[in-house]
Structures are given as C-alpha cells and as structure tokens.
Design a protein around this ligand. Structure first.
Ligand SMILES: O=C(O)[C@H](O)[C@@H](O)[C@H](O)[C@H](O)CO
Ligand SMILES: [Mg+2]
Length: 392
C-alpha cells in the first residue's frame, strides 16, 4: 500500500521574467512511507504564502492515506475544508497534491500516466505560444516579436493587445489595440492563428466595441472577453458576435464549468489542472465538455510540472483543440529543473514518455532555488506579460 508519509510545499524562484505571476513556483512533493516521491505544482500570483499554509494542512489530513485513493482523498479534503469549492487557495493546494499522487501512481506502474488515462490519441501536441511579447508596446514591437515566434515553427500565438486599459476602453485604446492586432496579423500572415487574450479586463460594452474591430482579423478565439464572473455580460457578448469564445482558467469546480457549457457560452474550455482539482477532476470536466462538443485548450501558464502533466492529458483526449505553452519563454531554471524533458519542436510538444507525469526531476536544484516566501510589490499587474502595461 503506498501510504502517504509527507506532503510538503516548497517555494522556488529566481529572476522575474515575462510571466511575472509565475516567477515563483509552488512545488508540492509527496513522499510515501516506502520512499516513493511524486511532484505537483500550483499557482502563485499573490497567493503563494496562503497556498503553502494550506498544503501544510493537507499534509496533516493525508498522512497515512493511500496515494491511490484519489477520489476518497479528494472527498476527505472537501469534507475537512468547508470552503474548498469557493477557495482558489484550497483547490490549487489540493490540485498539486492530486498531480503529485498521479506522478507516484504512474511511477508505481513504470508508465507515463497517459497510459492510465486512456492511451495515446495523438503523438504530438499542437501548441500556441504565449509569453513571447515581453516589453512590447508599439505595433512594430509586437510584429517583430511575432515574426520570431513563427520562425520557431509555431502556427499559433496568443497576446493581450490592450496596454493599460481596464474595465473601459476608449477610442484611443481601441485604435492602439487594433494597430497591434493588425501589425501581428500582417507579420504572421493568414496561415498562423492569432488568439486575443482579454484577461477578463472589460465590461461588456467595451468588449463588444473590441469585438467589432477584431472580427476582420479572424482570430482563432477571443479569451475572457468580459470579467470572469460577468455571466450576464457574456450572454450579451455571445449574442452580439460570432467570434469563438475561450475561457475557464479561473474556474475551480466542474459545476462552474457545466454552467458555462449548458448555456453554450464557451467554445473552447481552458480549465487548468492546477485550479480544477488536478488530473482527477480535469478528466471529468473533459468528459462533460465532450458531451457538449466543447474542445479543450487547457490553460498552462505556470511551470514545468504543470506543463508536463497537462501534456499527459492532451495526449489522451479526443476533444482537443490546442495547448498553451510558455515553455520556450520560461526562465531557463524551469526547463533545467526537469532536465528539459518536455522540449518543443517546431511549435509542437512531444508526449513525455518517462514514468509518472513524464519528467526527469532535478532534485539537486531545489536548494539553490528555494525562497522563503512570496514578496509582492503593487505596480504593473502581475497577470500581464512583463512590460506591456503601457500605451503609446
Ligand atoms: O491565459 C493565460 O495564460 C493567463 O491569462 C495568463 O496570461 C495570466 O497572466 C496568468 O494565468 C495569471 O495567473
Ligand atoms: Mg488567460
């Protein structure tokens, strides 16, 4: 029996790069009584210290439990933490524990976990690039960086063209956003997909004004066009435009995901394994999405463990659209931490074949990367790509 002996959260970090929210990484290590080790990872973005504290409580609850009892363990945490289903901190702490549990389970059978989740539907995972436009402000900046992405072989790239606008956007903001989108479209041509990230910034009137200018550039999808909790606004937006809507990175339960799909408010679902409840819950949401003919485009904006485990699920599922990837724009320590075991080739990821989540974890790097706690300084919001919260 693979009894749990320890669940530990370790904060890792070094330099801040394009993905400021992920300059820290909450690594969760699960160890069993017979010395098996599994790794999970979870969110930071202002909450790392709270998440670390919750992992300490998960440790107390899970000691002595069997790492294979995924459903029973989840229900136990749900019972213990009265606020799990309304708490990002709790669901992300638990998600990392679930991912680490799957890592151990795969290693136990000596297989990558995709073999336990339904086998290979695809050998290579089509990616879209994110994180590539650090410090881009003018249309020329965006165009030049977009060309670099295409040179690397990507056939799709995502960016947020809205500078420092939030909630409202005015004529100047619309003009600047359009000039950036036009410049990228012209730089990459019609055969490369452009995906427009709104980061849930806008009220629906502003989002509709933006949709009017975006339609001519034929984006693959628009992401979080309105504030994430603004369902009324999303209904109005949906009735106004034919643009495909992607959302879901901030969804933390399958019930929330169901609500959006029941009303046909989402075309591409972007739940993230680190928020939804790990592999165990994500797989259930994929099944619900399949029933609604919704395709998956998992959010994946944190670190190398989350990237690897997401690729495991991408490999298996029939209703797959495309996978987000910051991998080539991570700080190098994030690739070194897993000995670059999930390389990108020509804008595609290969399926990681090592047992568990499929990475070769470099334990020795933990001590050099360990940090005491997350330090937050307000200013440019953490959630934009660094150096882009500017207008011109
Ligand atoms: O689609 C995405 O990758 C996300 O919106 C990122 O851009 C956010 O900044 C990050 O998820 C914040 O935690
Ligand atoms: Mg997003």
């Amino acid at each position: 029996m693979t009894k749990i002996s320890d669940v530990e959260a370790i904060l890792l970090g070094k330099e801040i790069t394009s993905a400021k929210w992920a300059s820290l990484m909450v690594l969760v290590r699960v160890v069993t009584t017979d010395g098996r080790i599994g790794y999970g990872e979870t969110v930071t973005a202002l909450r790392a210290n709270a998440v670390v504290d919750l992992v300490k409580k998960i440790n107390k609850v899970m000691k002595g439990k069997d790492v294979f009892d995924l459903e029973k363990n989840k229900m136990e945490w749900y019972k213990q933490d009265f606020n799990m289903s309304i708490s990002l901190e709790s669901t992300t702490a638990y998600s990392a524990f679930d991912i680490a549990s799957w890592d151990i389970i795969g290693k136990e059978f000596g297989v990558p976990i995709y073999k336990l989740l339904g086998g290979k539907y695809r050998d290579r995972i089509k990616l879209y690039a994110n994180g590539w436009y650090q410090n881009a402000v003018t249309p020329e900046d965006f165009a030049e960086k977009a060309k670099e992405v295409v040179k690397r072989g990507y056939k799709a790239l995502k960016f947020d063209p809205f500078g420092s606008y939030f909630h409202f956007i005015d004529k100047k903001g619309l003009k600047e956003a359009e000039e950036r989108v036009k410049a990228v479209r012209e730089a990459v041509g019609d055969d490369v997909d452009i995906l427009i990230e709104h980061h849930g910034r806008f009220n629906v009137d502003s989002a509709i004004e933006i949709a009017k200018i975006l339609e001519k550039y034929n984006p693959l999808f628009v992401e979080e066009p309105v504030h994430p909790e603004d369902v009324e606004g999303l209904r109005k937006y949906r009735s106004f435009t034919k643009l495909k809507i992607a959302l879901g990175e901030r969804i933390i339960t399958k019930t929330q995901a169901l609500e959006f799909m029941k009303e046909g408010l989402v075309d591409y679902l972007q739940i993230d394994l680190y928020r939804i409840g790990g592999v165990t819950e994500a797989k259930k949401v994929v099944g619900i999405a399949e029933a609604f003919d919704v395709l998956m485009a998992f959010h994946n904006a944190q670190g190398p463990i989350l990237n690897a485990v997401t690729l495991q699920l991408d490999t298996v599922i029939p209703n797959f659209l495309i996978q987000e990837s910051f991998y080539e724009w991570f700080p190098s320590w994030k690739r070194e931490l897993i000995r670059d075991s999930t390389p990108v080739e020509n804008g595609e990821a290969l399926v990681p074949e090592k047992p568990g989540i499929g990475v070769d974890f470099n334990e020795k790097m933990i001590e050099e990367l360990r940090v005491k706690e997350e330090v937050f300084e307000p200013g440019e919001p953490l959630w934009v790509v660094k150096g882009t919260w500017k207008d011109y």
